[in-house]
Design a protein around this ligand. Structure first.
Ligand code: AMP
Ligand code: ZN
Length: 468
């Protein structure tokens, strides 16, 4: 398996630190609002990476944090007149709902920065003792010049950066020894959340969070550290400086970064007013469509979000779902149980699509080509099945399709089961509402089902339903 490593700027063979195990850390969102579709890209991409490792039989320990203390959270809390804690808790819950809609597996652990402050203070103390950090008036800075490999991830010309940053130094930070030194701990301002520390009542800088949470839940060395490309510098560069200085070991073997998602060929930003949340998209589309859209491009290519592309994704996904539905429909009516010799031969040919899929995924997770392999299988399945096909053959084809779509996190087989369960539940609820003479509720349930294309018929034997 090859992974493009930002550290070496080349595709490298994946060799795990421990056989059959992957330790992976993905920088999570700052929770001060609903997540936007840009944030959804790394979530979907790295969930797919995880799923592929699992498909290959790896045991994946997947850690992804929520940054729940930050200037933006504090600002929002002040605007609303509530605590920062309330804001972050609210948007963590909302983020988890969006993640579920996009079929993103919950991480093995989702640590919260505010619950790991003790560990951060410990690491900062250690860095000060080792000479990698210094305190000035209650603020602790990392001494970048002391870490010789500083800049190895972002491959930047540090001298140019230093002179650029010099002229941009924010007031209050001119006490730094070097323009590239960054904050590990900062004193509180009036009204801000704070923790006690040896240096001041205050809070940690953003970068130290990930170094500490990654170490606590995955150990000093991990296989993969990932996030959007905007995190390469300074966030990940600073994480390397902190972790490698404190632990004396290489932090992460592979660094993966997704390219940005633009919207109608523009950068998505609040000031341009072209900001789209995942929640808004979910009002128009099943979030599976958003997931499919994200995977239609390679994760290192910039991706443009547009109404047309979403429509194309919707029909693309429908083609796959329809193929699965078709197989299920044929299975229900199939007369013959076992595979014929001819079917065995036909089924053996699907191996080619599975191989194509794997080859694409092994090449730095080329989901665009993997999706193409799924389409090949869909076409093959549609043209090589009919009413005469045996149940075993149809089932094998469906399982093959589900196996591949599951790696991409696309649900093609569960919809009907979930829906049926949901329908039965609502019919039962309607029955109870009618018994209790709550006809308004009963009618509302009928309407709700109708909107989903389900027609109810009251008969003497009970309620029957059919799809419109
Ligand atoms: P933030 O909450 O800004 O720290 O972002 C959380 C994650 O989303 C990080 O991995 C970012 O790199 C990523 N991200 C933010 N905006 C975009 C975007 N427009 N396209 C792709 N990834 C993004
Ligand atoms: Zn991080």
């Amino acid at each position: 398996m090859k992974i493009f490593n930002t550290l070496s700027k080349t595709k490298q063979d994946f060799i795990p630190l421990e056989e059959n195990k992957v330790k992976m850390y993905v920088c999570g969102p700052t929770v001060y609002n609903f997540i936007h579709i840009g944030n959804a890209r790394p979530m979907i991409v790295f969930d797919t990476v995880r799923r592929y490792f699992e498909y290959k039989g790896y045991d994946v320990n997947f850690v992804s944090n929520f940054t729940d203390v930050d200037d933006k959270i504090i600002k929002k809390a002040i605007e609303e007149g509530v605590s920062s804690d309330e804001i972050s808790r609210r948007f963590i819950a909302e983020c988890k709902k969006d993640m579920e809609g996009m079929n993103i597996k919950p991480a093995t652990k989702h640590p919260l920065a505010t619950e790991e402050i003790g560990g951060m203070i410990e690491m900062i103390k250690k860095l000060i003792d080792m000479g990698f950090a210094y305190e000035k008036n209650g603020t602790v800075y990392y001494r970048t010049r002391k870490f010789e490999e500083y800049g190895k991830l972002s491959h930047k010309n540090l001298d140019d950066l230093r002179s650029g940053e010099r002229s941009l130094l924010v007031t209050g930070e001119d006490e730094k020894e070097d323009a590239l030194d960054f904050v590990l701990w900062k004193p509180k301002k009036e009204g801000e959340p704070f923790w006690e520390s040896p240096w001041s009542e205050g809070r940690p800088g953003w970068h130290i969070e990930c170094s500490v949470m990654s170490k606590k839940y995955l150990g000093e060395q991990i296989d993969i550290h990932a996030g959007g490309e905007d995190l390469v510098f300074p966030h990940h560069e600073n994480e390397i400086a902190q972790s490698e200085a404190a632990n004396g070991k290489e932090f992460s073997k592979y660094w993966m970064h997704n390219a940005f998602l633009n919207i109608d060929n523009h950068k998505m930003s609040k000031s341009l007013g072209n900001f789209r949340t995942v929640r808004e998209i979910s009002e128009q589309y099943d979030l599976q469509v958003l997931r499919f859209f994200m995977l239609s491009a390679h994760y290192r290519s910039p991706l443009n979000f547009s109404a047309d592309l979403m429509e194309a994704s919707k029909s693309g996904l429908m083609r796959i779902v329809n193929a699965a539905d078709n197989l299920k429909f044929l299975m229900k009516n199939a007369k013959n149980e076992g595979m014929t010799e001819a079917e065995k031969e036909l089924f053996a040919k699907t191996d080619e699509f599975v191989k194509g899929f794997e080859k694409a995924m092994e090449d730095d997770f080329n989901t665009a080509d993997a999706v193409a392999a799924v389409f090949d299988l869909v076409k093959y399945s549609n043209t090589n099945t009919n009413e005469e096909s045996s149940k075993e053959y149809l089932k094998a084809l469906l399982e093959c399709l589900v196996k591949l779509t599951d790696v991409l996190g696309l649900i093609v087989d569960k919809q009907e089961d979930i829906l049926e369960e949901e329908i039965e539940k609502l019919i039962e609820e309607r029955k109870n509402a009618r018994k209790a003479k709550d006809f308004a509720r009963a009618d509302a349930i009928r309407d709700e089902l109708l909107k989903k294309g389900i027609i109810l018929k009251d008969t003497r034997e009970g309620v029957q339903w059919k799809r419109a």
